[in-house]
Design a protein around this ligand. Structure first.
Ligand code: EPU
Length: 338
């Protein structure tokens, strides 16, 4: 059994903050996972699963076990003239899975190219970008139920996906370990190019009839231009969610700031761009010692090297408070805080 004691977690979180775990254990199959869960050495310890460590901020050492999901493999489990259902092990890198599907000509997740992290983490927070969320292409997943060790299948409805939300982040938190995820992808795909920056990037490239490969290439180029590469600069993508507020509050802000960025969110509600709010509150490009707010995308907090998780958390509190004071809008952290 692959169990390490007093493990360094710095290589396993994309913020690159220093933290230690009492135990670190890897599993490559459901059998190995079951063995680990029975291991006397790990009994009674709090557990946490790490995917790519790309949506987490460690503010302290972890007194329990970190389980590293390394279940790999991709296979087609259903096929018709129109669709394939393709299943991936939760330990595959998300972008490698997207690249494989795009390469096969299967459409549905190309807008989600280059998102860091592993496949198993994707349903946890219903990852989304450029007008698509995984719920749009999700078919089912299988997860190990910790209470009895059974493998349980979840449909999309059972995952209760919302904006950066799912059953696994709320009611089911800490009760399941995702083993594999299956997506229903189209063999004759329709591309989704309504998101402003994709449209703009395709126009720039002179592409009028984009293929899913063109969309994937455009998304990769937009992400590279705006979002820092976690290998080069510690970060966990968007640190906050885009807030949904009443139309009345949005109107009040707009009256003062006619360039306010917003999207209709139904039910008299409006979604605001948190990046815009944070920028207007004066934080974009802010740097203090070894941490800051990214210069091209104010939603992203960055560790220039050597910052602690607690210091990054404290900066996020200052950002929250200043946006609240300036706009009366309550931001919510998107990153999981440990
Ligand atoms: N904006 C600003 N200033 C900024 C950042 C953004 O004014 O510093 C404005 C932009 O000009 C644009 C609007 O805000 O008008 C939206 O910006 P962008 O398209 O960059 O997207 P976002 O809402 O800031 C969300 C996701 C990203 C995802 C992008 C693209 C959330 C919390 N974030 O960001 O997801 O890549 O849309 O679809 O929903 C992530 O979750 O980690 C992530 C990176």
């Amino acid at each position: 059994m692959d169990i390490q004691r007093d493990a360094d977690l710095q290589p396993f979180n994309t913020f690159h903050v220093a933290a230690r775990a009492a135990r670190l254990a890897r599993f490559r199959s459901v059998e190995e996972l079951r063995d680990l869960l029975q291991a006397p050495e790990l009994k009674g310890l709090p557990q946490m699963v790490f995917g790519g460590g790309s949506n987490i901020l460690l503010t302290r050492d972890w007194p329990g076990v970190i389980l590293l999901n390394e279940i790999t493999g991709m296979e087609v489990v259903e096929e018709t003239d129109e669709h394939v259902v393709v299943r991936s092990g939760a330990g595959e890198l998300w972008h490698q899975f997207v690249t494989y599907c795009v390469g096969q000509g299967w459409g549905g997740i190309e807008n989600l190219s280059l998102i860091p992290g592993k496949v198993g983490a994707a349903p946890m927070q219903n990852i989304g970008a450029y007008g698509v969320e995984i719920k749009d292409a999700f078919d089912h997943l299988e997860a190990l139920r910790l209470s009895d060790g059974a493998v349980v299948r979840f449909s999309a409805a059972e995952c209760r996906f919302g904006y950066r939300e799912s059953f696994f982040k709320r009611e089911g938190k800490g009760q399941y370990i995702i083993l594999n995820v299956a997506f229903k992808l189209a063999k004759h795909p329709q591309v989704h190019t309504h998101y402003g920056s994709i449209k703009h990037e395709l126009e720039k490239r002179g592409i009028t009839q984009p293929s899913i490969q063109d969309v994937s290439d455009a998304v990769i180029s937009i992400r590279r231009s705006k979002l820092p590469d976690p290998l080069a600069l510690g970060n966990a993508g968007s640190f906050f969610k885009n807030p949904v507020v009443s139309a009345e509050l949005a109107d009040r802000i707009k009256a003062e700031y006619p360039d306010m960025v917003s999207f209709p969110a139904g039910d008299g509600q409006v979604k605001l761009a948190a990046g815009w709010l944070i920028e207007k509150a004066g934080w974009k490009g802010f740097r203090e010692a070894n941490l800051g707010v990214h210069k091209d995308q104010a939603l992203v907090l960055v560790n220039y090297g050597g910052s602690t998780g607690q210091a990054i958390y404290d900066l996020s509190t200052r950002v929250l408070e200043s946006v609240k004071e300036k706009f009366g809008v309550e931001l919510e952290r998107e990153v999981n805080i440990v």
